[in-house]
Ligand binder design. Structure first.
Ligand SMILES: [Ca+2]
Ligand SMILES: [Ca+2]
Length: 525
């Protein structure tokens, strides 16, 4: 009888003790470690390309213990410095044409004033978090970066501990050591940014050796071939086959070690350099994770790993970040933390600009009114597979309107137009059937001989295939609808002008102002 009673009491008591434990855990607000690389294609990483030569055991472990996103994107750029709008979007959670630096946005009231007061660091400070950041300097959002309480920014793209990624790791370790010494128990938000693998990709000597790469500086010679170098990417091309509106941008023609070259030796060497820099980032992440573990903070920390955008390095005959193919539009994205199922994988369909809303959600903070992102917490909790039906990307850093893309389900439409209208191209891909976005040039036997990859007959741009005319029409309508929704100030040759005509901030508007000024001056005379 006593035994039965004890059993009943235990059964009643159990859930109560679990509940009180859960409440105690809820009361301790989670820490956040937001890790962001500079210029890294998701396809460099083993989590996206299992046979990649790049070794990143710490990032792999984060993925194994957390959630990998296959559909994380950055919304794009109106400038060749794609980093800059991307980092603005991360900080303020606003869409690309609503950023304070978007052409005409302030004049058209598409962005509230003093936005920096409602960016990541400021919002978390107000909520009682301790905030710290380290990252590269420049091509960023200075007003937002200053809001963090502790700022240790410097551009570190060298091959030594002091001049490379280890320096950024050291800043975070110093910060954590200080917290430990002062027994600081407040929750923290650490923005752990790197200056690499952005060029110049001067890796450490050991890692360059591992990937068979050299810091190539002689423009008149090709770098040495080395079997240790990563192979050419599957969608490598010796040249981009058409004018995409910005083929003369610095990243396509002037990166030291590559310049305008797209030969096998140059691209494989540069990928080796990229991998050397990326493995060094992984090593630094490992040091910080070990420290969090030693401090007993690891299990109560949400860790996000991403990059500000992807990167081409030989894919589609491109070198830089000024395009909207998946290798560059997409970003690597992993989240590990309390309540996230280990080893899970989702499409997600998120933008980098959704991070502010999500981090606020995870920390129990109300996001600022200026935020336009959506919390992807339902995805992290396994309650949703995706956050969005449609994703939009833009690039107009060169010719206008430049490039746009939209993705819905497996389908992706890209459009290109130069300012003079001489180059007008539409691409339609089924990403499930053609994940590398192969085009007809990838079917050239000379390219196949280099990559060793023979695309399937249907792995092509399907835009002009009559079989997909209906799909193309549907995707074209989605693109236009997204352009309208997001206040995209440009339209393509085959779209309605929507009364936009010339953009206010474009040269067309300037003569009017000058005319007024001239008239004023005339009157003054
Ligand atoms: Ca970047
Ligand atoms: Ca504190």
């Amino acid at each position: 009888m006593f035994t039965r009673l004890a059993l009943v009491l235990t059964l009643i008591a159990l859930p109560i003790s679990f509940t009180s434990k859960a409440i105690a855990a809820e009361k301790k607000r989670p820490n956040i470690l937001f890790i962001i690389a500079d210029d890294q294609s998701p396809f460099d990483l083993k989590i996206y390309t299992p046979d990649s030569k790049l070794e990143t055991p710490n990032i792999d472990r984060l993925a194994a213990q957390g959630m990998v996103f296959d559909g994380a994107y950055q919304m794009g750029s109106f400038s060749g410095a794609v980093c800059t709008p991307s980092r603005h979007m991360v900080m303020c959670g606003r869409t690309v044409w609503h950023l304070p630096i978007a052409p005409g946005a302030m004049q058209k009231n598409l962005c509230p004033p003093a936005l920096e007061k409602n960016t990541l660091g400021a919002v978390f400070n107000r909520a009682g978090y301790d905030t710290m950041r380290t990252c590269k300097q420049g091509n960023s959002y200075d007003g937002a970066n200053k809001q963090f309480t502790v700022v240790r920014d410097a551009t570190k793209r060298g091959g030594t501990a002091e001049t490379g990624s280890a320096w950024h790791g050291e800043q975070v370790l110093n910060y954590l050591n200080d917290r430990q010494s002062s027994k600081d128990a407040d929750p923290f938000l650490i923005y752990f940014g790197f200056s690499h693998p952005h060029d110049t990709r001067d890796g450490t000597p050991e890692l360059l050796k591992k990937y068979g790469a050299t810091n190539h500086t002689n423009k008149n010679e090709l770098p040495a071939a080395n079997p240790l170098q990563p192979p050419l990417p599957p969608n490598y091309l010796p040249a981009h086959p058409f004018e995409n509106s910005h083929l003369n941008v610095r990243d396509e023609v002037a990166v030291p070690g590559v310049w305008g070259n797209r030969d096998e030796r140059t691209i494989r060497n540069e990928l080796g350099r990229e991998f050397a820099c990326s493995e060094n980032i992984d090593i630094q992440i490992g040091r910080v994770l070990k420290k969090l573990e030693d401090m007993g903070e690891l299990d109560n920390t949400y860790i996000i790993y991403t990059s500000d955008h992807g990167m081409a390095i030989g894919r589609h005959g491109l070198q830089g970040k000024q395009n909207l193919y998946e290798h560059t539009w997409r970003v690597p994205f992993i989240v590990k933390g309390p309540g996230i199922k280990a080893g899970s994988r989702v499409v997600g369909n998120i933008y980098l600009l959704d991070n502010l809303a999500t981090l606020c959600d995870l920390a129990g903070i109300t996001p600022p009114d200026s935020n336009e992102g959506i919390s992807y917490r339902p995805v992290l909790e396994g309650k949703a597979e995706t956050m969005r039906q449609v994703l939009y990307g833009t690039y107009s850093g060169g010719g206008k309107p430049g490039m746009r893309c939209v993705k819905q389900g497996d389908w992706k439409l890209l459009k290109y137009e130069t300012s003079d209208g001489k180059s007008r191209v539409t691409q339609l891909f089924n990403l499930k059937e053609n994940p590398n976005e192969f085009i007809k040039e990838h079917h050239d036997p000379k390219v196949i001989a280099l990559t060793g990859i023979t695309p399937e007959a249907n792995q092509l741009n399907l835009a002009d295939d009559p079989k997909y005319a209906v799909k193309r029409k549907e995707m074209e309508a989605i693109l236009l609808s997204e352009q309208r929704r997001l206040n995209d100030p440009y339209r393509f040759w085959d779209q309605p002008k929507d009364g936009i005509g010339e953009v206010d901030d474009e040269p067309a508007a300037k003569p009017a102002r000058n005319k007024k000024k001239a008239e004023k001056q005339e009157k003054a005379k």
